[in-house]
Design a protein. Structure first.
Ligand code: ATP
Ligand code: MG
Length: 326
């Protein structure tokens, strides 16, 4: 067995073409054990195709990938025992009740009858499905199916969990439940590969992000890192004496730091292009005796990052992330 050090998922040069369509065109990525990787990309970027390759549901045309140290091509059986998958499209058995769906999966995963029953009830409870537990899933709403699907993927406490747009179509309360559950799984040691169109979701859950478009990785890294790469930081200074704004800006300009100010907001703004500038700004303002009541640094939102990188906005308005303040 090929054990890959500390990376629960490793993808090397995966290619998958459908005729002329390059669904995946040489993708490399890694997910560190016990972390959440957010896989972002516009519609048709190749996210679901990658999840399918990593679940052994389809074979890549080229490249290699390991999950939990198992090779997708050579060790598919072991690999499948390592993973849980919530696909983009629901996969519950419509004729069975919520409870039966979960119980059967538990049994398929070799849990004893008693454990399968207990686990099914536990997950039904966690996903607010207890009341509907005995009803056939065909009568469930979209959100309920989604929750049942998620519960199903968590039955075996998989080491690696793939969540392909897990909260699309869920109301905010249910979305929060799903987020809590994912965080709990990660807290228990699971590794998660999460595809999402919601930047807020990525911001909440992901430790690192990989952005793909047209089957290729176009950016990656930590959330703050990506924001910094794309937009740089903007430093906002609130003076104790707003009348001094023009003078403060002039002093900074003399020190070689482009600064602007707005009388209306009462703020001095400096676009920081490297980290050392923050120290310089504070130094200049201090030595010249300007009073500072507060400072803030602002990063671009993840929406802006996504838009800049892919040239497309993929985010529904209700999921817009709040401006973080560093
Ligand atoms: N079975 C298939 N046959 C033909 N083309 C396919 C097939 N599966 C995916 N594709 C194509 O591959 C590309 C990537 O699709 P994929 O479903 O992986 O994108 P995605 O990033 O998951 O998109 P979305 O955000 O819409 O779910 C698309 O152009 C899609 O039409
Ligand atoms: Mg998809």
């Amino acid at each position: 067995m090929t054990r890959i050090d500390r990376n629960a998922v490793e993808v090397h040069g995966i290619v998958k073409h459908y005729g002329e369509t390059k669904a995946l065109d040489g993708v490399d990525l890694a997910v560190r054990e016990g972390t959440v990787l957010g896989l972002l990309g516009p519609n048709g970027a190749g996210k679901t195709t990658l999840v399918r390759v990593l679940s052994t549901l389809i074979k890549p045309d080229a490249g290699t990938a390991f999950v939990g140290g198992y090779d997708v091509l050579r060790q598919p059986k072991q690999l499948r025992r390592t993973i849980g998958l919530t696909g983009q499209y629901a996969s519950v058995d419509e004729a069975l009740s919520g409870y039966e769906n979960l119980y059967l999966i538990g049994r398929l995963l070799d849990l004893s009858a008693k454990d399968a029953k207990a686990r099914a009830f536990e997950l039904l409870e966690r996903f607010s499905l207890t009341d509907a537990a005995k009803r056939p899933a065909k009568g469930y709403s979209g959100g309920m199916r989604r929750r049942l699907d998620l519960a199903a993927s968590m039955i075996g406490r998989p080491k690696v969990l793939y969540l392909d747009e897990p909260t699309t179509g869920l109301d905010p309360r249910t979305r929060n439940e799903v987020w809590d559950e994912v965080q709990r799984m990660v807290g228990e040691g699971s590794t998660v590969l999460l595809t999402t169109q919601y930047m807020e979701e990525a911001e909440q859950l992901a430790d690192e992000l990989t952005v793909i478009d047209k089957g290729r990785v176009i950016a990656g890294g930590g959330i703050q890192e990506l924001k910094t790469q794309v937009g740089g930081q903007s430093l906002q200074v609130r003076p104790t004496r707003p009348a001094e704004l023009p003078e403060m800006a002039r002093s900074l300009q003399e020190a070689g730091i482009p600064a602007t100010f707005s009388e209306e907001s009462g703020l001095l703004s400096v676009h920081l292009t490297d980290e050392g500038q923050l120290t310089t700004v504070i130094g200049v303002l201090g030595t010249r005796g300007f009073g500072v009541a507060g400072i803030d640094t602002k990063l671009p939102s993840l929406d802006e990052v996504f838009l800049t990188i892919t040239g497309k906005s993929s985010v529904p308005a209700q999921a817009r992330d709040k401006e973080p303040v560093a």
